[in-house]
Design a protein around this ligand. Sequence first.
Ligand code: FES
Length: 127
Amino acid sequence: MSYSPVTETPPKPSHPRNTWSPTDPMDQVDLGSIDFIPPGEGRAYTFGRKTIAVFRQRDGRLFATDDMCPHKAGPLADGLVGSGKVICPLHMWKIDLETGRCLGENGAVRTYPVRAVNGRILVTLTA
Ligand code: FES
């Protein structure tokens, strides 16, 4: 797996395989310590040509989406996070992090199941 963080250097994932394929139907990836994402912020993780954004709300909830705004490809991981939404940093579109739908606009981003287990972020990258 080609793993290169976009914003900072997180711990190396402990995923047992060294490749990830979008054709793999259920692939859970360990993204490292939850402490890498400050509460109320997001971080981007890149796997080959795919980049996902993981958001950690102040209430502890985690969300994961593609890191590309459906409007003009803004970096969602750099957006403002709260109340189950992220606001894109480029033109302020609001995106519901549960559904991936844009609020008040046409468009959506893909979402991924994500959870914290023993302080580690586990995301399931579905095909
Ligand atoms: S790129 Fe996100 S709102 Fe325009």
